[in-house]
Design a protein around this ligand. Sequence first.
Ligand code: NAP
Length: 252
Amino acid sequence: MIKDLYDLSGKVALVTGGSRGIGRAICLAFAEAGADILLNYARSDKQADDVKRQIEAMGRKCVTVRADVSKFEQAQNLGKAVINHFGKVDILINNAGVNRDRTLRRMTPEQWNEVIQTNLSSLFNCTKAVIEPMIAQNSGVIVSVSSIIGEMGNVGQVNYASTKAGIIGFTKTMARELAGNNIRVNAIAPGFIETDMLGTVPEDIRKQIVAQIPLGRFGTPEEIALAVLFLCSPAASWITGITLRMNGGHYI
Ligand code: NAP
């Protein structure tokens, strides 16, 4: 049956940055598709608990773990937590990310390093945290959230754009390294999505951005979550090493 190809029943997913925005939508979509969730977040205890409650209301299990994925040891603890609670890990979603926008001339080394470590080193940290159990079970799926900015560049986002381009290289290399272990590794590159992150953009700039999007609006977290669900499902069993662009035609 076609619908069985989108079923994640019996699967366990570790989602970083699951408390808000795109990560929250991914957690809810995965739970609806039948998966149990280890939801990681950095600070938003209340939002994380809200998502957990919604997941449990769907009859799925959810464990929330506050941890900073930019820190190697904290990420390793996430890997231990998912095994301790669920006994396995089938899916890793590298979604946590931040922006600290400045032109290069104004950007401090701290702003550069914070974004590199949170958005890119976190992929190294979290993939290392889950990869041994995935190899041992000879299956797994990893999806990382890149961005249209990684392919287009953007004034004031040299730190962010570098991480999002780096995610594409990470994904291609991991797809090659792990294919023999039956682990698929893909990325998704959203355009501009209505989340707290976009809320930091002034209204006049938002209007300018929408004017550049052929489909005439920002995307929603739920639209991105559906595509991530597809990439993690058996329906995508022959897809590895890709970066799926999803941007309303903004970057064609
Ligand atoms: P968001 O609403 O700001 O949410 C960010 C999430 O990441 C939150 O759950 C946050 O946790 C978590 N997080 C941040 N730093 C973390 C850390 N060091 N360790 C663990 N978790 C951390 O952002 P979003 O818009 O949903 O973005 C999610 C991903 O999509 C990011 O990688 C972003 O770059 C990418 N993206 C976004 C857009 C867009 O237009 N929104 C477009 C393309 C790509 P707390 O709640 O605890 O702070």
